[in-house]
Design a protein around this ligand. Structure first.
Ligand code: ADP
Ligand code: MG
Length: 257
């Protein structure tokens, strides 16, 4: 298969969030490959630091099914963020392969990888990564600018998503006028705008108190349940495993259990 064929291939997903907003990949026709949504084989990511080679990932293998809410646990430095960046197409492996619905994303050229990132992946970060000068509505609408969606559609879609995460009455507030939990809700809404099949969350509760962290985890679990979105959460917070159907553990860049 040519890697440039990526845009024509559907990543199987049942969409319930007014569906075909993107139209491009989500609505594409063609046979959806059988097998797991994600397959990772012998994943390696090494960084040369001075004289030392840091093996952030050192032979990681796993299979993730569509619709899973998976917790990827591990101590600081075990390779969790590195794994999410590779899965999200933000970084390239040193060795090994990542397949997403039959497509080897580790072999995609840059434009196809950017398209994969924009159409299939939603990111949520520990520190929210919101733009401080923009309102909640503008922050959520922003990724749709790059997807070429009309301003009217962007506003409608962003306000629907903000209502979905419980912020209907805070749309015109800026991040500094909102609590940490509310800021993370904006980030969750933003992660959903392009209707991604996979949500990648890097320590999403890391900057929140335990009660607020539980609310965010409840929201992610609900998105998984209601919309069958595949959600991968990396964390060292044991409370995260209460919400996940399955947990795997990383240590020194390898799977331990
Ligand atoms: P975690 O998210 O589990 O805390 P990371 O994936 O961030 O772990 O990092 C795993 C290891 O790789 C750490 O030892 C870290 O210092 C190293 N590392 C990560 N990114 C880089 C980088 N860009 N350059 C050098 N070393 C890195
Ligand atoms: Mg990390």
């Amino acid at each position: 298969m040519s890697v440039s064929a990526y845009p024509a291939i559907a990543l199987g997903r049942g969409s319930t969030l007014d569906g075909d907003m993107m139209g491009e990949v989500g609505g594409a026709v063609g046979s959806v490959p059988s097998g797991p949504l994600i397959r990772i084989e012998n994943l390696q990511r090494h960084f040369l630091m001075g004289d030392e080679m840091v093996r952030a990932l050192d032979g990681f293998n796993t299979i993730i099914e569509a619709g899973e809410l998976l917790a990827i646990m591990g101590p600081s430095g075990s390779g969790k963020s590195t794994l999410l960046y590779l899965l999200g197409g933000l970084d390239r492996p040193t060795e090994g392969r990542i397949w997403v619905n039959g497509i080897e994303i580790s072999a995609l050229e840059e434009n196809a990888l950017a398209l994969y990132r924009r159409q299939e992946i939603g990111f949520i970060f520990q520190s929210f990564h919101l733009i401080p000068t923009m309102t909640a509505l503008e922050n959520v609408a922003l990724p749709m600018v790059f997807a070429g969606i009309s301003e009217r559609e962007r506003g409608a879609r962003a306000s629907d998503l903000l209502a979905r995460v419980g912020l209907a009455d805070r749309m015109h507030h800026k991040p500094t006028e909102l609590s940490g939990g509310q800021q993370q809700r904006i980030a969750v809404a933003r992660a959903l705008v392009n209707n991604p099949s996979i949500i990648l969350a890097d320590e999403p509760t890391g900057n929140l108190d335990s009660q607020t962290g539980a609310e965010i985890m409840g929201l992610l679990a609900q998105l998984n349940e209601d919309e069958k979105r595949t959600i991968l959460i990396v964390s060292h917070d044991p409370a995260v495993t209460d919400y996940a159907a399955r947990a795997i553990h990383l240590l020194d860049g390898k799977l331990v259990a």
